[in-house]
Design a protein around this ligand. Structure first.
Ligand code: MF3
Ligand code: CO
Ligand code: CO
Length: 275
C-alpha cells in the first residue's frame, strides 16, 4: 500500500512513501529549476564541434557556484562530475572527459542544481553542428514523448498513464523505450519515491495527487531498448549501439494538471529543433 506524507514533517530520506509538497516548496522548486533551465539555455551557444565535455562540466559547476547552487551529482554515490554528458549511443550517465564533441554528434546534457535545499533536475539534447536526419528524427520523437508524458499528469490518474502515453508514441514511431532507468520523485531529495516508468499501462503505478513533484525523463532508442553499463560503473549504452536520446523536465502536480518547473525562459527547450 502506498502512503502519502506531508513533506514539511516527513523524515528526509527515501522511505518509499510519497511526499506531498505545499506552496512554499513549489516556490523553492521554481527557483532551483529555473536556474537549471538557465544553465541549459547558456549551453546552447557553448556546445559546438571541438568543445570537450569536461569544458561543459566546468561551465555547469561555475554557473552553479556563481548563483549559489551546488550540482547534485557532485560526489553523489561516487560520481565526481557536475553533469552527465551522454553522446550518441550513450543512453545516460555519460561521464564528462577530454574528448572533443564532433560535428554530427547528439549529446544529452543533464543538470541538477541544489538551491536552498531544492533539487532542479532537467536535461536536453544538443545537436553538434549539422546532424543526420535519422538523429534529428530521434530528437523530435523523444521530445514529443516527454510532452505526451507531461500531458498525462493530473491528480486522480495513475503514474502508469505517463508511461503508457510515452510508450505508445515511441513505438508507433518505430523507436523503443529504455526500461532500465526511470523518472523519480524529486524536491528535498534528488531521487525519491515514486519511480516514474516510461512504459506500461494507465491502470498501473500510484495515483497522482496534488503536491507531488517528480521528473519525467524518457530515454528513447532508434534500435532495441536494451542497455549495458560500461566498466566505469556509470556509462549506460545501447547494446546494439543504436542512437539514444533523452529530454527531462521536473514537474509538480497541481489541482488541474501540472506545472513544468524546468521550462526554458528563452524557449530553448529543444535546442537545434524548430520550437
Ligand atoms: N540527473 C540524473 C537524473 O535525471 C541522475 C544523475 S546521477 C549521476 O536522475 F550520479 F549519474 F550523476
Ligand atoms: Co532525473
Ligand atoms: Co537529470
Amino acid at each position: 500500500m502506498v502512503t502519502y506524507l506531508d513533506a514539511d514533517t516527513a523524515p528526509l530520506r527515501n522511505t518509499g512513501q510519497i511526499r506531498l509538497y505545499g506552496e512554499e516548496a513549489f516556490a523553492g522548486m521554481r527557483k532551483a529549476c529555473n536556474l537549471t533551465a538557465r544553465c541549459l539555455d547558456e549551453l546552447v551557444d557553448i556546445v559546438k564541434p571541438g568543445v570537450t565535455t569536461n569544458a561543459i562540466d566546468r561551465f555547469v559547476f561555475e554557473f552553479g557556484m556563481d548563483n549559489g547552487a551546488l550540482p547534485a551529482t557532485l560526489n553523489y554515490r561516487g560520481y565526481t562530475k557536475s553533469t552527465c554528458t551522454s553522446i550518441n549511443h550513450v543512453v545516460c550517465h555519460g561521464i564528462p572527459d577530454d574528448k572533443p564533441l564532433r560535428e554530427g554528434d547528439i549529446v544529452n546534457i543533464d543538470v541538477t542544481y541544489i538551491l536552498d535545499g531544492w533539487h532542479g533536475d532537467a536535461s536536453r539534447m544538443y545537436p553538434v553542428g549539422t546532424v543526420k536526419r535519422a538523429a534529428e528524427r530521434l530528437l523530435e520523437v523523444t521530445y514529443e514523448c516527454l510532452l505526451r508524458g507531461i500531458a498525462a499528469v493530473r491528480p486522480g490518474a495513475r503514474t502508469g498513464a505517463i508511461g503508457a502515453a510515452i510508450q505508445a508514441y515511441a513505438e508507433g514511431e518505430r523507436c523503443s523505450v529504455v526500461r532500465d532507468f526511470c523518472g523519480h520523485g524529486v524536491g528535498l531529495l534528488f531521487h525519491d519515491a515514486p519511480n516514474i516508468l516510461h512504459y506500461g499501462n494507465s491502470n498501473e503505478g500510484v495515483e497522482m495527487r496534488e503536491g507531488m513533484i517528480f521528473t519525467i525523463e524518457p530515454m528513447i532508442n532508434l534500435g532495441r531498448p536494451h542497455v549495458k553499463v560500461l566498466s566505469d560503473g556509470w556509462t549506460a549504452v545501447t547494446r546494439d549501439r543504436s542512437l539514444s536520446a533523452q529530454y527531462e523536465h521536473t514537474v509538480g502536480v497541481t489541482s488541474t494538471g501540472c506545472e513544468i518547473f524546468t521550462l526554458s525562459p528563452k524557449g530553448l527547450d529543444r535546442p537545434g529543433l524548430p520550437s
